[in-house]
Structure formats: structure tokens, C-alpha cells
Design a protein around this ligand. Sequence first.
Ligand code: PAF
Length: 281
Amino acid sequence: MITSAHIDDIRTQVRAWRAKGETVAFVPTMGNLHQGHITLVKEAASKCDHVVVSIFVNPMQFGQNEDLDAYPRTLAADSEALTAAGAELLFTPTPAVMYPKGLEQQTYVEVPGISDVLCGASRPGHFRGVATIVCKLFNIVQPDVALFGNKDYQQLLVIKTMVEDLSLPIEIIGIDTIREDSGLAMSSRNGYLTAAEKAAAPALKQAIDAMATGIKQGESFEQVTELAKAKLIAAGFTPDYLEIRHAHTLEQAQHQDQALVILAAAYIGKARLIDNLRFDR
Ligand code: PAF
């Protein structure tokens, strides 16, 4: 696998592939890779001739009191796992490469509406940071296809909307969440959990699943939400949000809506975990 922190190196390699008529899939990450990321890379390898991965802990998407400095950086292990999974080109820019004028002077991309609710409401500016860095990475790599995890459901919708609104010629593919045997969604932030917190953490998915079951059985949105919140609190979580939304717009679900998604974010110990379930009634 070729690794470079320089934009020109990435462009030169991708151009050489394109000159031969070959296709390129892209998996943007912040590193500290787990099985969820590796699944994205393997899926990418099955779709295109070449796979490009980026590792960049993007300061623009972190709030002031968030875990930017503590975010785990594990480049050696990540490189080994990526090579084994079939990635051929790894882009590892520094903040100075991506934001040479600093964050304040940087042109940004903002996807209105859908960026302002749920995680966007709890983490102001987060999705501006995500949309801006993903747009920049897309312009550098110019992939045919880009893959993202469905665990970050709102992020996926923000990116799909950006690609559509800016007419970017890239197919965006969401890949199912990879879970531990306990049901806990894999996440780099699971590394912040103590053993006791990790044992309690599957309660997040269990609460979401119970809500979906209740809804399918005809219980009211309010009833299932209150019960699930109580279960989360009993398991040691502090819920940030637990919501039933329209799966395509993320607007508050109406009782007649068929395409639904339950989205949750909750704090446990030092970690803020998110999870979701998309289903049709
Ligand atoms: O999901 C992530 O890891 C990040 O938000 C992304 C898409 C790589 C942008 O920094």
C-alpha cells in the first residue's frame, strides 16, 4: 500500500489508474480502525479496481469540549489492517495540508436543515466540518464510489444530500453497522469504555430494538420512547436524544409515516455512543 500525506501524490496515483480506464472506490476515515471500517474497505474492493482510504482526525468536526486531542491515533496498526483488507493507497494528511489557512479562513460546505437536528443540535458545527472535509477529500481523490457506515445515519444523509446538491459524480453507498456479539455497534469511541460500561452498553441497541417492536405492535411513539429512555437510564446511560424520525428527511415522524428510523445518542462514562435502526412499518 502506498501511503502519502501529500495531495499531489494522491492525485498522481489516481490519475495513473484513470488513464488505464480503471475505477476507484474511496473510504474516508479518522483512523483507529475496527471491523466496521475493514468491512467498508473489503466492500469497496469488491466494487472497484482500486481502493483509496484516508485517515484524518478532522479538527473542523470537533466541538471545543470534545475529544479531538484524546481521539486515538493508531497509524501502524491501521496500515497493517488496511493492507490486509485490500487498500492500495492511503492518504494521511496533516491539518496543515487540509487547512493551510487555519479553520477560520477556510471555505466551508453547509448542508442546511438536515445538519441542524439530532447530532447537529447537540454538536453545533459538526456536520459543517464533516461536509467540508468530505467534499475536500472527494475533490482530491475523485472516486467513482465512496462508502460510509450506516451507524452514522445522519452523517450518511448529510453526505448524500451534499453530493446531490453539488452535483458531484460520486455514488454514495451505506454499509450495515458491524456489531460486537453483544449487539454493541463497533465504534472507535468504544475504546473509552471501562469493562463495566462495555457490559452495560448493549442496552442502547436493546432500547432501540424494543422501541421498534413496540411501534410495530401499535404502541404510541411517546409510550415506546419513555420506556426506552427509562431503560437506558437504568443501564447507566445519560440519554442525549432518542427519537423516531422520518427515514428520508429526519423530520419528526408522523403517525402515518411508513419509512422510519429510530436514532439514539447517549453518554456512558467518557463516551458518547450513537446507534440507529431503520425500518418500514
Ligand atoms: O465518520 C467518520 O469517520 C468521519 O466523520 C469522516 C466521514 C471520515 C469525516 O471526517
